[in-house]
Write a protein that binds this ligand. Sequence first.
Ligand code: ASP
Length: 289
Amino acid sequence: MDPVIIVHGGAWDIPPDLLEPSVLGVERAAREGFKLLQEGYSALDAVERAVAIMEDNPTFDAGVGSVLNLEGYVELDAIIVDGASLRFGSVAAVRRIKNPISLARAIMEEMEEMMFVSEGAERVALELGFELIDPEELIVEREREAWKRRISSVRGTVGAVALDTNGRIAAATSTGGVPLKRPGRVGDTPLIGCGAYANELGGASSTGQGEPIMRVMLSKLAVDFLARGLHPTEAAQRSLSFMADRTGGWGGVIVLDNRGKVGYAHTSKRMAVAYSIDGDVVAKISSLE
Ligand code: ASP
């Protein structure tokens, strides 16, 4: 089976100065993830790598460069899902983890439990051999300034969905959440079926307004549309229309099916996406304008 990966760098009103870094960021993540798939690594390896690359890129609202909460520090949420086993691992409101997506994966693979939050998650991280970082390492000057000026515009959550040569599908999503959130606020990202979902039919990763996404379980909704025989693009569009109709919320979702077809849609002004087609990586800013 030919491997495929699709990644996103968040659905939001990406400003002109972040257009190029966003395209380059998703392009690199898709390329590196795709390379792993071509070398025979699993879909889980590919989505973890693609998301970790974007967590390390301060352009995005995930890992280093994330938005600050009301009290001026970063709290991170992440999830990884294995479509073949229906297992997942997730973490919420962690402050001292450099790559939450890797901790989520280790939880999925090494723990009985699937989700840990806050200091409990950080204790589990130590048990699993992760290093805890100084929370200051996640903060960049741009975000400190935005926090000082109380600027509260949403930024770019990251996510990936991949199909490997064995036909297995995995999905992953990571975020710093929304700016100026109350400490302890958890969005859709680390919740199964909301921020990401995968099964044997396909996988999805969502971004946008967390509370509406939770209310409709956007990623599960998109994958369920695949069961009705819809193309991933249509599944993405329909799930977002349902969310808009029922909650008034906006967002974006990437979808991949078990035949390797990819699709995406967004109701935000823009979304950075990249995907592999026949060995080439296509990266772009999708815009509603
Ligand atoms: N959905 C994320 C949250 O609400 C934010 C985003 O995707 O931009 O935490």
